[in-house]
Design a protein around this ligand. Structure first.
Ligand code: DLZ
Length: 169
């Protein structure tokens, strides 16, 4: 029987990231959570061989700003991919739905228009405990998964666009 997939990082082998350049946009809102996501992402990039000098982190006030910040990163430097990190906790109103949908749609559009992966490291929990569980707790660290995913997508793009060198002919 196949095991239900609950965690992207359980299954992913990290590609060699030593030539990769990656931008990270991280929201300050719910900073306790987003700083843990950031640590998870950076740790994964370093494990894959990405050079510290090739990782740029920028902070934004809240998750709503993640899309435009990701676009700014892509416009100003030649990043291979972007990781967007944030945490919107459900409250009394439906603000979380507007922000989460805007970020998901924005990052999707940005990925399509730029042709570069912009991964969704936005937690959308119902409460603080769910956020803690996903930022280094019992459900892992989604910052790690967003980083593993951007690495895999960059490697995929390179495998499609950079033909392997031919020897002998
Ligand atoms: C306004 C707001 C609220 C209520 N909640 C959150 C949240 O839980 N997480 C988050 O990252 N940002 C929140 N924000 C701020 C918005 O993302 C945004 O920064 C402001 O609406 C200004 O555009």
């Amino acid at each position: 029987m196949t095991k239900k997939k609950t965690n992207l990082s359980d299954h992913a082998e990290l590609p060699d990231g030593q030539s990769y350049k990656i931008g990270i946009a991280v929201a300050r809102w719910n900073e306790e959570i987003t700083s843990a996501l950031l640590s998870g992402s950076k740790q994964t990039l370093i494990e894959a061989g990405v050079k510290e000098d090739n990782i740029k982190v920028i902070q934004v006030p809240g998750a709503f700003e993640l899309t435009v910040a990701s676009k700014m990163l892509l416009q100003t430097e030649s990043f291979d991919g972007i990781i967007a990190l944030g945490c919107v906790i459900k409250g009394e109103t439906s603000h979380n739905e507007y922000i989460n949908n805007a970020v998901a749609n924005g990052l999707t559009q940005l990925s399509l228009v730029s042709g570069k992966p912009c991964t969704f490291g936005l937690l959308t929990p119902n409460d603080m405990q769910q956020a803690l569980d996903r930022s280094g707790g019992k459900h892992g660290n989604k910052g790690h998964e967003a980083a593993a995913t951007v690495l895999e997508m960059i490697a995929l793009k390179k495998s499609l666009t950079e033909p392997a060198s031919k020897i002998g002919y």
